[in-house]
Design a protein around this ligand. Structure first.
Ligand code: SF4
Ligand code: SF4
Length: 447
């Protein structure tokens, strides 16, 4: 096989082609897929993959599928998704012969690369009970958590105060069908506060404004006489139907106040409005729109899967705009809340996108052609010092105990060249950057 050097001269006709027939090996690959996380994103990916007869292992930490979406009473209007659809998805998964669900289960270990991952999962109730799986790709759909408001200095809240986050309200609605206080009575006044923790985490959680509007509407639908106030710093309404929904909610007699900051003590809010006036609001109940944060265990799972985290703690995509569901490790994809704050629609799109990538990268009966831009270790020169193992950020080099030398796994190597300079015996070369290629480049440049 011939391939194009990544460094070329400025004239197309001078581009150097180099024979690399020794790179023509193909790897055997598996086409089954492991999905970590059985929330809406993981379920959508599983169903999309299974629709083309791909075997899917759906690994869920909790005892049931559905994730946080399963706790919702009603999804945001006009998103094209209803709770019946969600329940239908759970039922479709349970009856799908291509999907094997493991609940109360988590990843124990994983080694391998695109087309060949060896995965061990363990029963969380019985850690000695492990199962080995082989998969060609891994989809991470571990979701998000909500920030604990009590961790913020400006919020002095006790456990029994009438302060709830949006998911607690959803659980209350699922249980009672109504928003009620702990004493079982309907609140006479409710304040909804947006952007809680946004400053601390340093990003917008994207869905909370829409979400709090939905809850405000539910309260007014429950009882128009309940006084509802929304205190917001930013009103983030990015979707095409949001503005119309905002006007609809406003029309229900809700008081919207733009604020600079707020402090909560119990159910008393001291805030500064945008005219710098200091005000106080006493209500029966507070509902907070808290920041979405990475789930517990995100860092540990990232290390296990060899995928990078963004500074926010969510997993880092390969490229925010042009490769948003891939990661720095080929064959590992990230979707839904594990990727960052997303709503249900975006989670579904990401799940379908990851499935599409897998369909094109893992084709039954076809072998994966290894990347040609890889390094190799010349066996005859390697002294086995293992220096190179530490410099490879992709974990692509392993030490062969029998031969006493290091070896590059071409399926993992990204051809970055870091290892080349680290080798004291000069036994590593990048196949796409060999001396003959460099000489050719210099020759062309000087011509
Ligand atoms: S640094 Fe060089 S000599 Fe040492 S193990 Fe790696 S390839 Fe072999
Ligand atoms: S070229 Fe980069 S990715 Fe490949 S083995 Fe060397 S350090 Fe690792």
């Amino acid at each position: 096989m011939s391939y194009l050097m990544s460094v070329s001269t400025d004239k197309p006709e001078d581009t150097a082609f180099v024979d690399s027939s020794d790179s023509s090996d193909k790897s055997d690959n598996k086409v089954d897929i492991a999905i970590i996380g059985g929330g809406i994103a993981g379920m959508e990916a599983a169903l999309t993959l299974a629709s083309k007869d791909r075997a899917v292992y759906l690994i869920e930490k909790t005892e049931k599928l559905g994730g946080k979406s399963a706790k919702l009473k009603e999804l945001l209007p006009r998103q094209g998704v209803t709770l019946n659809v969600l329940h239908q998805k759970i039922s479709d998964i349970q009856s799908n012969r291509f999907i094997k669900v493991f609940t109360n289960t988590e990843l124990d270990s994983i080694v391998g690369f695109l087309g060949n991952f060896e995965i061990v999962i363990k029963d969380m109730n019985d850690p000695d009970n492990t199962t080995e799986l082989l998969a060609g790709a891994v989809v991470v759909a571990t979701g998000f958590d909500l920030m604990d408001v009590s961790s913020l200095d400006s919020y002095n809240i006790k456990n029994d105060d009438e302060v709830y986050n949006a998911l607690e309200i959803e659980e209350m609605l699922s249980l009672n069908g109504k928003i009620l206080m702990r004493n079982g009575k309907e609140p006479a006044s409710v304040a909804l506060i947006h952007c809680i923790g946004r400053q601390k985490v340093g990003y917008c959680s994207k869905v909370c404004c829409d979400y709090l509007l939905k809850i405000a509407k539910l309260i007014k639908d429950q009882s128009p006489k309940i006084e509802v106030t929304e205190l917001y710093k930013h009103m983030c309404l990015p979707n095409k139907h949001d503005e119309e929904f905002y006007e609809q909610v406003k029309g229900k007699g809700i008081d919207f106040i733009k604020i600079k900051n707020a402090e909560i003590t119990g159910t008393t809010i001291n805030f500064t409005d945008i005219a710098d006036a200091k005000k106080k609001l006493d209500v029966d109940m507070i509902i907070v729109g808290t920041a979405m944060i990475p789930t517990v265990g995100t860092a540990e799972l990232g290390v296990e899967l060899n995928i990078d985290q963004h500074e926010t703690g969510f997993y880092q995509e390969a490229h925010l705009k042009i490769n948003p569901v891939s990661t720095n490790t080929d064959g590992v994809f990230v979707i839904g809340g594990a990727h960052g704050p997303v709503g249900i629609t975006e989670s579904m799109l990401q799940a379908q996108a990851a499935a599409g990538k897998i369909f094109t990268q893992l084709i039954p009966g076809q072998k994966i052609i290894p990347e040609v831009k890889v390094s190799e270790i010349l066996e005859a020169y390697c002294t086995g010092c293992q220096t190179c193992l530490d410099v490879c950020g992709y974990g692509a080099i392993y030490f062969d105990e029998d031969k006493g030398i290091s070896i590059v796994n071409e399926a993992i190597c990204r051809g970055c060249g870091n290892c080349v300079g680290s080798c004291p015996s000069g036994s590593i070369r990048t196949r796409h950057f060999t001396n003959p290629q460099l000489y050719q480049e210099v020759k062309e440049a000087l011509r």
